[in-house]
Write a protein that binds this ligand. Structure first.
Ligand SMILES: Nc1ncnc2c1ncn2[C@@H]1O[C@H](COP(=O)(O)OP(=O)(O)OP(=O)(O)O)[C@@H](O)[C@H]1O
Length: 243
């Protein structure tokens, strides 16, 4: 799916020679800040084109969008709009015929456990509910692949659990790609994991294999220098990354 992909911002090499195949179920993309996770997800979502290599969503070689539903790290929503209309609009933008948009919206809102808020205004939602609304908007056109860029960032533990529940449920029947720097997201949700470091894929395997390699490295989600040190140690154990 990701074949020999490289990407540069001007002279900055953000990704180099990434090869990665993603299957049905939930796959995690883990990596420290600046590793290239967002860049790779943007390419998968069709927001930019790889500088080298290619992204293929299926073996017919069709382009990635709109078969991909994307929830970016930061997105804005119109606060005055109703929740159901926000999702119906997203469905329409992604090619769902106008008449089918209300049903598509209702289905997506049920999938993220927001059906009871269908007629609420977006501005009345909590942070965790907004995040789930973002997921519903990305789901409404029933994409083959759902791509979530650090969806749990900034959520309190209760909201994070609720979102994880929703993601786990979505991943039982779809391909979900989830970027995070929280190892706990991966251990709760993902069957397979890729680890990016300095733009290179330094690990591609099962969550269990990664857990074994992590061993006693502290990656408990505590942000700050110990977290960064933990990543450096993990990346060393995975074979390091040469410049
Ligand atoms: N628009 C841009 N212009 C120049 N450099 C960029 C741009 N966006 C990202 N980069 C650089 O590309 C590299 C990869 O960035 P990216 O945002 O993909 O990493 P990330 O793993 O998603 O990080 P984070 O976890 O902090 O979101 C970083 O070195 C970053 O500084």
């Amino acid at each position: 799916m990701v074949e020999n992909v490289g990407f540069t911002y001007g002279r900055k090499q953000a990704l180099s020679d990434v090869n990665w195949a993603v299957d049905t179920g939930i796959t995690g993309l883990l990596g420290p800040n600046g590793a290239g996770k967002t860049t790779l997800l943007n390419l998968l979502a069709g927001l930019a084109k790889p500088t080298t290599g290619r992204i293929v969503v299926d073996d017919t070689g069709r382009s990635s969008s709109p078969r991909v539903g994307f929830v970016p790290q930061r997105f804005s929503l119109a606060g005055e709009m109703k929740v159901r209309d926000t999702v119906a609009y997203a469905a329409w933008v992604n090619g769902v015929p106008r008449k089918e948009c209300p049903d598509a919206s209702a289905k997506a809102l049920a999938a993220v456990q927001l059906d009871e808020f269908a007629t609420s205004r977006v501005r009345s939602l909590s942070g965790g509910q907004r995040q789930r609304l973002g997921v519903a908007a990305a789901l409404a056109h029933e994409p083959d692949i759902l791509v979530l860029d650090e969806p749990t960032v900034g959520l309190d533990p209760g909201q994070r659990l609720r979102l994880r529940e929703v993601i786990a449920d979505l991943g039982s029947s779809r391909t979900v790609l989830l970027s995070t720097h929280l190892i706990e997201d991966v251990s709760h949700l993902c069957k397979r994991v890729g680890v990016l470091a300095k733009g290179k894929l330094v690990f591609d395997g099962t969550e269990a294999e990664l857990t074994t390699m992590i061993g006693d490295v502290q990656l408990d989600g505590t942000l700050g220098s110990s977290f960064e040190r933990g990543y450096l140690e993990l990346i060393n154990r995975l074979g390091g990354v040469s410049e």
